[in-house]
Design a binder for this molecule. Structure first.
Ligand code: ZN
Length: 363
């Protein structure tokens, strides 16, 4: 995500904070000033927000560390005004693993809330009569600070467990359904429910709280995207790279000039190229590199090609390739046979074409 400030690493995971997060502080100061609050109440609220977001980071670490037990790497946790996002490399496909990863986040907040409940103790506040309670809660004391933090953690648990896939509760729902009807159907049902709840969020957001509108969009788009991805993966199951790869492609020579490369780009529909010499792939030349504005026509391919690239075996599973392309590292891979000889290449356009054909064959 662009515009995120790095706060450091915890358990080898980058903790980042998006710049829009600071808008919350601006908003708090404005609201406080409008209500005639002084510096003390502004600081009280600002410190409170910082601590809530510390709880959110711990929540995300709960997901990430549980995922790590199942061999899933989390590169970063990003804090946004609408909450935290742990960027898991993938979601475990075993339902019980997804269930544990999804529930681990809210459980962290259950733990924090329980701890606060007994240290305060919350029951003392609850025993007060309503007018006294309101009077008491209006004061800027440490006790109230912790009481509000307790409420915030309870709210985090309740909110996250709303079954709006891909929120935590929705993931729990998908995992439970997947145990009975399989992952593809479970995802379709959970995504449908998620999108329905997103529409309710949207309406509530219009009248009550603008953050709900952002969450509605996040849920709606997330549910659509993940449902599509799971369907696509299912269509690719059992298929191998050689079934979808491009075989009629133009190979570049390391000593070709950019003038020649541009002729290839203009005369055909290929965008990315494999650089080959003596039947071996030496590098790849992606479209972005070819089209760089400062590119000199006399530059040689070997001077700008990407030498650090990954080749795929023609017998590799296509489902894995889709995952690699969607994770964004590269969308173009040379393909080799068992003797490491180049036999073609595969890109996202072609893979999507293959998915489309498979979906036609199914219905
Ligand atoms: Zn969560």
């Amino acid at each position: 995500m662009k515009g995120a400030l790095n706060l450091g690493k915890v358990f080898r995971i980058d903790i980042k904070i998006h710049w829009t997060f600071f808008l919350i502080f601006v908003w708090v100061v404005l609201v406080e000033l409008q209500q005639g609050g002084g510096l003390d109440s502004i600081l009280f609220n600002a410190a409170f927000i910082l601590l809530i977001f510390l709880c959110v980071v711990l929540h995300e670490l709960g997901h990430a560390l549980m995922a790590r037990r199942f061999g899933v790497v989390t590169k970063k946790i990003t804090l946004l005004p609408i909450g935290g996002v742990a960027s898991l490399e993938k979601i475990p496909e075993e339902p019980y693993q997804e269930l544990l990863v999804a529930i681990a986040g809210p459980l962290v907040n259950v733990f924090i809330a329980t701890l606060l409940y007994f240290t305060l103790p919350v029951s003392d506040v609850m025993e007060l009569q309503l007018p006294e309670m309101l009077e008491e809660l209006n004061q800027l004391s440490l006790g109230n600070f912790l009481f509000y933090l307790f409420l915030a953690n309870v709210a985090l648990v309740v909110f996250n467990l709303i079954p709006a896939f891909p929120m935590d509760g929705g993931r729990v729902l998908r995992a439970l359904l997947a145990m009975y009807v399989g992952r593809v159907k479970a995802t379709a049902i959970a995504a449908g429910i998620g999108q329905f709840i997103a529409i309710i969020f949207l309406f509530l957001g219009l009248f009550y709280n603008i953050f709900l509108i952002f969450i509605a969009l996040f849920v709606f788009i997330g549910a659509y995207g993940e449902n599509k991805m799971v369907q696509h993966r299912a269509l690719l199951k059992g298929h191998k790279v050689h079934e979808a790869m491009l075989t009629k492609i133009t190979y570049l020579h390391p000593d070709d000039s950019m003038k020649k490369v541009l002729e290839h780009v203009l005369s055909g529909t290929e965008r990315d190229f494999v650089v080959m010499s003596d039947g071996k792939a030496l590098g790849i030349l992606p479209y972005d590199l070819i089209m760089e504005p400062s590119r000199d026509k006399e530059t040689l391919v070997k001077d700008i090609m990407v030498k650090d690239f990954k080749s795929l075996s023609k017998d590799a599973p296509l489902g894995d390739v889709l995952g690699m392309m969607e994770s964004g590292k590269s969308r173009f891979f040379p393909v080799t046979n068992e003797n490491q000889e180049l036999v073609g290449a595969i890109d996202l356009t072609n893979l999507n074409e293959f998915i489309l054909l498979q979906s036609r064959l199914q219905f």
